[in-house]
Design a protein around this ligand. Sequence first.
Ligand code: KIV
Ligand code: ZN
Length: 400
Amino acid sequence: MAETQDKNRVVIFDTTLRDGEQSPGCSMNVPEKLRMAHKLAELGVDILEAGFPIASEGDFEAVRSVANELPWVRVAALARSCTLDVQRAASALEPARRPRIHTFIATSDIHLEFKLKKSRQQVLEEACAAVELARQFTDDVEFSAEDATRTDYDYLEQVTRAVVAAGATTVNLPDTVGFSVPQEYAILIDRMVKAVGDTAIISVHCHDDLGLATANSIAAVVAGARQIECTINGIGERAGNCALEEVVMAFRVRHDQLPYTTGIHAQHLYPASKLLTEYIAFGPQPNKAIVGLNAFAHEAGIHQDGYLKNKSTYEIIDPKSIGIPEGRLVLGKHSGRHALRSKCEHLGYPVSKEELDVVYKGFIEIADRKKNVSDQEILAILLTLKASERMKTDTAVAGG
Ligand code: KIV
Ligand code: ZN
C-alpha cells in the first residue's frame, strides 16, 4: 500500500550511505555505494540518502550515480541551509526522477552560541530561505533541525511551523547527540505533530549514545512521527544511528503492541547487513540484535534442550524470515571441506571450488591451534577473500 494511504505506514529513510558512511571505518567508494544502493532498493527502503554533495567530489558523484542508476528510487541529498549547499545537492540530484533535498541547520542554543555564532532569528531566516530555494528544484523538501532534542521547544515549534510554511514537506527532529529518552522524545514529537497537522510528515533521526536510538524512534512513531531515519547495522556518527533492522522487526514481531508497517522485505535484512560488512571495516557486534552472529545461537544446555523440543521456547524470529540460510554446524579440525562449504553458505557466502581451497587453508591454520573455529573467524577469512577479489576486479576495471 502506498505510504500515504495507510495512517500507520512508516516511511523508512535509509541513511547508511550518508550518516552511516561518515563515521570512522565506514567510508565507501562510489562502486561500493552503488552496489549497496541496489541492495537497499531491493530491501525496500522508501528513501535512500546517498550523500552530502558539497562535502566532497566523491559524495557528489555517489549521489549522482545512485540517482542515475536507480531512477525509480526516491534519492535524497543532504545540504546545510545555505545557497551553495542547496544548489550543489540539486545539481547532484539532476538525474533523479524523485529527488529529495534534505536541508539542515542546528537550532539548539548550544549550537547557535558555540558553533554557528548566530541568533535564533538568523537561523530561522536561513532555514526558511534554504527550504524556499530547495523548493525551486523539487517538491520534495525535508528540513532537519539539528540537535532538536536540546532545543527550546517553543523556538523549535516556531521553526517547524515556519519551514512548513516555506515549503518543507517533511520536518525531521533529530536526537543528534543521543541524549533523549523515550517518554521525553514522545512529548516533543507529539507537540510538533500537532503543530503541523497533515501539512507535513514528522520524521525522527536518533543517535545511539545512550543505547536508546531504537527505543526513541519507536516512542516517536507511537507519538505520531511517520518517518524513521536509520541505517543498516546501526552504523553512523559515534555510537551510530537507529538500526533499520531493529525497528522494522520490532514492528513485525510486536505488531500487537506496535501496529505499524513499513515497505521493507525482511528476507533481505541479513543479506544487506552482510554486504555492508564486506564494504566497511567492521561487522555488527556478535550479540547485535537481529543480524549479529550470535543473535540465533543457543549455547546454554537448558536453552538448547528447549530449542530442540520447540524453537519458539527461545526464538522469537524465524532466522529464515530475515534471510539467514539454514544449517548450523560447529567446525573443528576434523571437519571436512563439505562442512566448511556448507558453513560458508550458512554465513551467506557460497564459495566456488577455488575459493573453498583458500578458505580451507585459513581454516586449517586456525583449527590446528584451537579446538573449535568460530563463525566469526570463518567470516573473517571470507571477508578477506572477498576484499582481495574486489580489489582485483577494481584494479582490472581501472586498468581498462
Ligand atoms: O544527527 C543529525 O542531526 C543529522 C542531521 C544532519 C539530520 O545527521
Ligand atoms: Zn545524524
